[in-house]
Write a protein that binds this ligand. Structure first.
Ligand SMILES: CC(C)(COP(=O)(O)OP(=O)(O)OC[C@H]1O[C@@H](n2cnc3c(N)ncnc32)[C@H](O)[C@@H]1OP(=O)(O)O)[C@@H](O)C(=O)NCCC(=O)NCCS
Length: 261
């Protein structure tokens, strides 16, 4: 593992994970994906971390996809670990108990777009570009792109993007629901992401995690069982110290201080 290829910093309850191969537009080679898996696990296990920000170094890219140099000479058998590594990373981000915000500056293509889609919230700069260009290489997305894109933007739009390989700009990504918010500059993006991350870090962690699980359920489980799950975890929040604090703070007209218990 090369530590320099991915940077990790924790401050004020927020872990910042930065893909750091700017000269290669932060292309996701195997060691980057494996290191990302390790660092997301580290963030999950660190009680001081309440929120995670994922971004890419430099002014060109969040990540321009899987590292295409690793595709040469691979066949259906030898490429499988590469796809599974990426899928495991995306599944981990999606399932981890803490919210993950993608700060997208520049290209988010292929695996870059797929990892961004596994995050809970996507903020982008005006110069960001999104796409699943795999079709132009004679292949298809393999880090979960067909599945998550269809769920985020609808089947028709996902098919057009995946079949054409076209890139879309931030304003179009915002219009179709691929990103939550667009900022004029990179500085405004990073400051907007920081504000959101710090805000989420103050929210009651148990409730936030249960809300994430309940929202994620709507992606895969039957409607009735999701409604039952929501009742169950709603009740569970009533056994937390944070519920006592939150309700007391409201009734006494003061700001709550949550302990994530
Ligand atoms: C993103 C892109 C449009 C930018 O184009 P550009 O501004 O002309 O920049 P370049 O193509 O010169 O890319 C800059 C460097 O990053 C590298 N790079 C960019 N994306 C890469 C990728 N996915 N894998 C490996 N290297 C990549 C380029 O090879 C180049 O390296 P070099 O300077 O050593 O030659 C273009 O690089 C591209 O199409 N990348 C591949 C996107 C893709 O198909 N992703 C899905 C992969 S499954």
């Amino acid at each position: 593992m090369s530590e320099q290829e991915v940077l990790y910093k924790v401050a004020d309850g927020v872990a910042n994970i930065t893909i750091n191969r700017p000269a290669k537009y932060n292309a996701l080679n195997t060691s980057v994906v494996t290191t990302l898996r390790e660092l997301f696990k580290k963030a999950e296990e660190d009680d001081f971390v309440r929120t995670v920000i994922l971004t890419g170094a430099g002014d060109k890219a969040f990540a321009a996809g899987a590292d295409i140099t690793e595709f040469k000479g691979k066949d259906s058998k030898t490429v499988r670990p590469l796809a599974e590594n990426g899928q495991e990373l995306c599944k981990f981000i999606e399932a981890m108990s803490k919210p993950v915000i993608a700060a997208v500056n520049g290209f988010a293509l292929g695996g870059g777009c797929e990892i961004a889609m596994a995050c809970d919230i996507r903020y982008a700069s005006a110069n960001a570009k999104f796409g699943q260009p795999e079709i132009n290489l004679g292949i298809i997305p393999g880090f979960g792109g067909t599945v998550r894109l269809a769920r985020l933007v609808g089947l028709g739009m996902a098919k057009e993007l995946t079949y054409s390989g076209d890139q879309i700009k931030s304003d179009e990504a915002l219009r179709i629901g691929l990103v939550n918010k667009v900022f004029d500059s990179v500085e405004a993006l990073m400051s907007g992401v920081d504000v959101l991350a710090k805000k989420l870090a103050t929210k009651p962690g148990v409730a936030l995690n249960l809300a994430k699980q309940s929202l994620n359920n709507t992606w895969e489980n039957p409607h009735q069982s999701n409604l039952k799950f929501e009742v169950d975890v709603f009740c569970k929040t009533f056994d937390t110290e944070d519920k006592v604090e939150g309700v007391d703070a409201f009734l006494n007209k003061r700001e709550p201080t949550f302990k994530h218990k």
